[in-house]
Design a protein around this ligand. Structure first.
Ligand code: ZN
Length: 217
């Protein structure tokens, strides 16, 4: 069974964890646009330089370049294997171009999975993250007895600026606004599976598998 998935999830929705579980279960390749950008900067001189110039300036990499990288990856690496795209497509034009590329390769998406987690829980998950400035260990305040001290080296833990509560709320709003048109696009194509992303990673994964089951039959 070759599976071809797109995975959506807000920051803190557990997308990374589910991507790893899906990758193992289906033997599919997990690909994020971040990985493609890093690979391009390492390998393909001209395209990589373009990617770098946009990222260094803090701009989004334009659709045309993203689509080039995705196309190359599909042809050179993914071929007839399954995949899980994460962080792509980001816009409806990207989604349209993606489906054209797949059609040319006689492929189509199996499903688009959207991990749905209510905002309050996302804010708690992210704003509770702490990092140790000395050993770089990551923690969540809920799992620490002393919420301010690294249990390994007793350094005072820090919170990333991005993870502060008001920053998180802005990130979540931006994500919801960006993703809505894409969710509508895939809903119309009958590909969207909205999965409750609350609870343990195993519980969420079981929900995903049971929703994918009818798609296989
Ligand atoms: Zn530490």
């Amino acid at each position: 069974m070759v599976i071809r998935l797109v995975l959506f999830g807000a920051p803190g929705a557990g997308k990374g964890t589910q991507a790893v579980l899906l990758e193992k279960h289906f033997g599919a390749l997990h690909i994020s646009t971040g990985d493609l950008f890093r690979k391009a900067m390492k390998e393909k001189a001209a395209l990589g330089d373009q990617v770098r110039s946009y990222m260094d300036a803090g701009y989004l990499v334009p659709d045309e370049i993203v689509m080039n990288l995705v196309h190359q990856e599909l042809v050179d690496v993914i071929k007839d294997n399954g995949f899980i795209f994460d962080g792509f497509p980001r816009t409806v034009p990207q989604a349209e171009a993606f489906s054209q590329i797949l059609a040319k390769m006689n492929q189509s998406l199996t499903a688009v999975i959207s991990l749905e987690v209510e905002q309050g829980l996302l804010v708690r998950r992210i704003s509770g993250r702490r990092v140790c400035p000395k050993c770089a260990a990551l923690y969540h305040v809920d799992t620490l007895i002393n919420k301010e001290i690294c249990p390994i080296d007793h350094s005072t833990l820090e919170q990333r600026k991005d993870d502060a509560e008001d920053a998180v709320e802005t990130r979540l709003k931006t994500f919801a606004l960006q993703t809505l048109p894409l969710k509508e696009y895939y809903q119309e194509k009958n590909l969207l599976l909205q999965i409750d992303g609350s609870g343990s990673p195993d519980a969420v994964f079981a929900r995903i598998l049971s929703r994918l089951q009818p798609v296989f039959n």
